[in-house]
Design a protein around this ligand. Structure first.
Ligand SMILES: [Zn+2]
Length: 366
């Protein structure tokens, strides 16, 4: 069996490998849907929990779904949002508790409202949004969790996955078959850095019949390195026919290394966040076809605020065809950041996203 190179969705195909920018709250900050299309972005990830609090899943459903709401015509994956919720609770227990039933969350930063976030609720939310790629609620332990805590998280992840599967099937039946492919359901494999627990989690999830699998947990180990061994082990646990989603993996060199281990879908806040802070990604080679992704370093950063760019008449990169590089000098971009104009962040974001779409095109040729 070979690894698929395309996933069909109701909003068109996803050509693998693919990188999804994070549109957590229904927007990739500073850019709009036309901008994203122009960069060659194939799909986005939204956060079901965040959207359910603002503006509310009901409002988005009434607006015709998240695609119509943000006028994005290509595929959307929705993250259950459990990862953020659980991180908050584990850092500060006043935010709530995690039980077998679900996540009991108190909104300490807002109206102090208490919500019970269950696997069923997470799936219903993702259906209300109209996501093409639905991700199960899973229990992600903190990176320094004890072996007992990791084992408990695996047990809970499997239990929640069974409930997600059942609710997903109920929703498909209730809402009726639309034309074209329906949404896909991805399970998430937990197990920390323990190979046996990863294997056990995968063995219990596989019979539930998911359309793909995500890497659950922290892809970056506590010492800051990519946890490539456990990523490789986890990839091997998934049959090649099912797409593998390296949730949260996104540094360019990490994408390359994970791709070589079988991972095909990536999402990460880094390139867009870096862009807003004036950190730009540039391939080392003068032209794209000279980029050697297998070398230890194939790109570098340009810090737009650096004084040395004040009079730089060239664009960020002559090898880039983004809106910014085609039309504007680094000097102009430096000026925009200097005066704090939002256009600077938009142009920088477009550049970094184009770097990523070009990177993924190159990766697919490896
Ligand atoms: Zn560019």
């Amino acid at each position: 069996m070979t690894i698929p190179t395309v996933i069909e969705t109701a909003h068109g195909p996803l050509h693998l490998p693919v990188y999804f920018p994070d549109a957590t709250r229904g927007v990739v900050r500073t850019v709009d849907s036309r901008d994203l299309e122009a960069c060659g972005v194939q799909g986005l990830v939204v956060n079901a929990f965040h959207l359910s609090t603002r503006p509310g899943a009901g409002l988005i459903k009434q607006a015709g779904g998240i695609h119509r709401f943000m006028d994005w015509r290509r595929p959307i994956a929705s993250d259950s949002g459990g990862f953020q919720l659980m991180s908050m609770i584990r850092e500060n227990p006043r935010y709530g508790t995690i039980t077998r039933r679900g996540v009991h969350f108190t909104d300490l930063d807002g109206n102090r409202k208490k919500t019970l976030f269950t696997p069923e609720r997470s799936i219903r939310l993702q259906f209300d949004l109209g996501a093409d790629l639905v991700i199960c609620l899973d229990d992600c332990p903190s990176p320094d969790a004890s072996p007992q805590e990791v084992e408990a998280a695996v047990e809970r992840t499997v239990h929640w996955a069974e409930r997600c599967r059942a609710e997903f099937d109920r929703q498909v039946e209730m809402r009726g078959q639309r034309e074209g492919p329906g949404p896909l359901l991805f399970g998430v494999i937990q197990g920390g850095y323990d190979r046996e627990l990863r294997a056990r989690c995968a063995a219990e999830l596989l019979p539930l019949g998911f359309d793909g699998f995500g890497f659950g947990g922290w892809p970056i180990s506590p010492d800051g390195e990519l946890a490539l061994d456990i990523l490789a082990t986890t990839a091997e646990l998934v049959p090649d026919a099912l797409p593998r989603f390296a949730l949260g993996v996104g540094k360019p060199e990490h994408i390359v290394r994970c791709y070589l281990k079988g991972w095909r879908i990536f999402d990460c806040v880094l390139p867009t966040r870096d862009a807003r802070r004036g950190r730009l990604y540039v391939f080392d080679a003068g032209s794209l076809d000279q980029v050697d992704l297998r070398s230890t370093s194939f790109y570098h950063f340009v810090y737009v605020r650096d004084e040395k760019h004040k009079r730089e008449g060239d664009p960020i990169s002559t090898a880039c065809d983004c809106l910014c590089c085609r039309n504007y000098s680094l000097s102009y971009l430096h000026h925009l950041f200097d005066i704090g104009d939002p256009l600077g962040m938009r142009l920088a974001t477009l550049h970094n996203l184009r770097f990523y779409t070009q990177l993924l095109e190159r990766v697919s040729a490896l």
